[in-house]
Design a protein around this ligand. Structure first.
Ligand code: ATP
Ligand code: MG
Ligand code: MG
Length: 351
């Protein structure tokens, strides 16, 4: 097939479609009306609700293979696509959309997560504070991203001021980590898996701001165990494409944070920094093409997000030394804390 359907209309879909175009495919997007910056890279774009059965059927009829760039797509929308046209079963979404499910799933495969409890009332919250203690984070079980839907609780006194927000939540003990990293893998249709190098990731206010290589000794030591777990997760879901697991590197080894069954912000550096980018390998995997090498091509990598108003002066980056690679997503509305683009700087070329 030569037409790829993509659920979701954000920058991940835009960069996915740009890679698909390069390999001779055309893309058709599907997302509710909004600032769908993927549309510009797609031959056609359906702006419809996730539950619009007619639109979903028309979308499916035009696509040879369907994937997603957004893990909060309504599962019933994905399930409306004939199974033989789905790159991966919706099971990966069901697991990853629910913080309790994803933790249980990964723990069952031998992974370690932060201590956590389900919170569905003020009483549950009080009990979670008592059992797990502070500091901790109350998170909505579903629909959070970029740190949205999270409330930090520094101490017992602060916990008194936090009310159950009315949506199903999870309370997690704050992990005392040294660093954060992610394992990004691609799994081909035949089950073969390749990993990119793990960057050290820095977050501010719950949002990724920077990914760098080299990642430092502690992360390098823990990547092996984290990869083994990530591979098991991808296998258990019979997942095809790029998948990401986020980890905390602690003194006692890697602690699983969350997973994203899709291309990931911490993998944007692979566009210039690796032999094959995460976007290209996702396209290769879902189209049944041979996977590309994932080796890092430079001694140092520095990927930074361009957030909110930083976008207004981003073109000035182009006059900086060191050949910065600038990516702007074409978002029409600049909002505080919104990811508008990114810039990747690379060091000396390896071999
Ligand atoms: P994403 O945009 O990556 O999907 P998200 O909104 O799902 O983000 P999380 O990944 O759960 O949020 O948390 C965002 C960041 O907050 C983490 O990368 C980490 O820096 C911090 N954080 C979250 N949970 C914990 C925890 N239990 N202990 C310590 N830090 C945490
Ligand atoms: Mg998340
Ligand atoms: Mg995260």
């Amino acid at each position: 097939g030569s037409t790829i359907g993509i659920f979701g209309g954000g920058q991940l879909g835009r960069m996915l479609a740009m890679s698909a175009l390069q390999l001779g495919y055309r893309c058709i997007g599907y997302a509710p009306a909004g600032d769908n910056v993927a549309a510009e890279a797609c031959a056609d774009f359906f702006e419809n609700h996730w539950a619009d059965r007619e639109a979903l059927a028309a979308f499916a009829a035009k696509c040879d293979v369907v994937t997603w760039e957004f893990e909060n797509v309504l599962v019933s929308a994905v399930a409306a696509i004939p199974a033989e046209r789905l790159a991966s079963a919706p099971r990966a979404l069901e697991v990853a959309q629910d913080r309790l499910n994803e933790k249980r799933f990964v723990e069952d495969l031998g992974g370690r997560a932060a201590p956590h409890m389900r919170v569905e009332s003020d009483e549950d919250f009080a009990q979670a504070i008592e059992r797990i203690g502070t500091p901790g984070i109350l998170k909505t079980v579903r629909d959070g991203y970029d740190g949205k839907g999270q409330w930090r609780v520094r101490d017992w006194q602060e916990a008194q001021g936090v009310r159950f927000p009315g949506r199903r939540c999870i309370y997690e003990g704050l992990v005392d980590f040294e660093a954060e990293f992610s394992v990004i893998l691609v799994r081909g249709s035949g089950g073969q898996i390749r990993f990119w190098d793990s960057t050290a990731n820095t977050h501010e206010g719950g949002m990724l701001v920077q990914s760098v290589l080299p990642a430092g000794d502690l992360i390098v030591e823990q990547v092996g165990a984290a990869r083994e777990l990530a591979g098991k997760v991808a296998d258990a879901l019979s997942y095809v494409g790029v998948m990401t697991l986020e980890f905390f590197a602690t003194k006692d080894g890697p602690v699983f944070n969350e997973m994203a069954p899709r291309v990931h912000n911490s993998g944007h550096w692979t566009i210039e920094g690796a032999a094959t980018s995460q976007f290209e390998n996702h396209v290769r995997a879902i189209c049944g093409l041979p996977l590309g090498e994932t080796a890092t091509r430079f001694a140092t990598i520095d990927m930074r997000n361009i957030v909110g108003e930083q976008a207004l002066t981003a073109h000035a980056i182009l006059s900086e030394e060191g050949e910065p690679h600038l990516h702007l997503y074409g978002k029409r509305e600049v909002r505080e804390g919104r990811k508008m683009g990114h810039v990747t700087r690379v060091g000396a070329r390896l071999k």
